[in-house]
Design a protein around this ligand. Structure first.
Ligand SMILES: [Zn+2]
Length: 377
């Protein structure tokens, strides 16, 4: 048995770098193809120049055979140009160094699928403009860096499926987030985000969305259009309500809500801007079912009339347009938790005329059963 191991333990500085080369090319029939696939320099204490030297001192054949370079937990400040010679590189892990920049040479590793740079000094100016040419990049982990926002260079990556940017100092998410069409996992826990843009609704393939440990007060309704969403982690935020359509997400099986003001301290103050004269007239047209033709009215009024919302009070036949009152509906999940969902009434008066049936209304049992894991406490 060999005494060496592949574990992530720190190694002594006297360890030969040749021990860092691993061949992983043994196929099922025992055939071994030439050249190593992994260069592992993690925990060797190497600095920038030692890293450059180690990468340079490989035989030519190694440049084309290496698929993974691991250089975590070192003292590296910069990535060397020689990296561009590793043209078949698929995975690069440079976590736990002091790297503040990803140089242009990275684009020459055009087969790169996974880039892991946790706990470094990257910020929104660290990526080269050409970053988008990494057309096979599927997974990025930039958690534990200095990002104040998600850089635009990431939004342009055509194949990105997994993005980890937890524990940075991100305060807002740009509307451009909707450009990452193939995104399936978005981890943004441990930032300072206050608002989620409507455009997250464009991430139709999103399965896992982690927003825990932020300062979010409200979610956009568009989040309820993410039909693939399985896991939505919202614990430790400032949420008072959830959008009511959330319960219709058929695939959602994990929803964490603990340490939010919701449940204990929900919205009591009714915010209500009095309706405009136009809204009052339009409400009357709808309520009395006054007939009108497209040719009777200006185009904008026809449009306006078409976007009426029904009041959620079943005893009210009214509609509203822009003027509405927030109403909190509590829905049971798992027969154990009461989750406040946000919906709208046509006026403050409506909330005083709720029928007992309305008070007790909640979505069907099957919806509640679906929520197998609601973590509130
Ligand atoms: Zn009403």
């Amino acid at each position: 048995m060999a005494a060496s191991s592949d574990s992530d333990q720190p190694s002594t500085s006297s360890q030969s770098l040749n021990n860092s080369i691993r061949t992983n090319n043994t196929s099922d029939d025992g055939h071994i193809s030439p050249g190593p696939t992994i260069l592992d320099y993690s925990h060797t204490g190497m600095d920038t120049s030692a890293f450059a030297e180690a990468l340079s001192n490989q035989p030519e054949s190694v440049f084309s055979s290496v698929e993974s370079i691991l250089a975590t937990n070192n003292l590296i400040l910069e990535l060397p140009d020689i990296l561009g010679k590793y043209r078949n590189l698929k995975l690069l892990d440079i976590s736990n160094n002091q790297i503040s920049d990803i140089p242009e040479v990275i684009v020459e590793c055009h087969d790169l699928t996974t880039l892991i740079s946790r706990n470094n000094l990257l910020d929104e100016h660290s990526l080269p403009k050409q970053f988008k040419y990494l057309t096979r990049l599927r997974e990025i982990n930039f958690s534990g860096n200095n990002y104040a926002r998600i850089p635009y260079e990431i939004m342009e990556l055509p194949a990105l499926k997994i993005l980890h940017m937890g524990a940075n100092r991100i305060e807002y998410i740009s509307k451009d987030i909707g450009l990452i069409r193939k995104l399936e996992v978005l981890y943004l826990g441990g930032n300072q985000i206050t608002e989620i843009p409507v455009e997250v609704g464009e991430l139709k393939g999103l399965r896992v969305f982690v927003l825990a440990d932020n300062r979010i007060e409200k979610l956009p309704n568009s989040i309820c259009t993410l039909k693939q969403l399985k896991s939505l982690l919202l614990h430790r935020n400032q949420l008072t309500t959830l959008p009511v359509e959330l319960i219709k997400l058929r695939n959602l099986t994990e929803l964490s809500l603990r340490d939010n003001p919701l449940v204990h301290k929900f919205v009591r103050d009714m915010v209500y801007d009095p309706p405009t004269l136009m809204e009052l007239s339009a409400r009357t047209v709808k309520l009395r079912k006054i007939p009108y033709k497209r040719s009777d009215l200006p185009h904008n009024l026809v449009e306006y009339l078409s976007c009426a919302h029904q009041c959620v009070n079943p005893r009210c036949k009214g509609v509203f347009f822009d003027s509405r009152v927030e109403h909190i509906k509590f829905v049971d999940f798992c027969g154990k938790y009461r989750v406040p969902l946000l919906e709208y009434l046509c006026s403050p008066k409506c909330s005083n005329h709720r029928s007992p049936a309305y008070e007790a209304s909640s979505d069907s049992d099957s919806d509640e059963d679906r929520m197998r894991k609601v973590l509130l406490g």
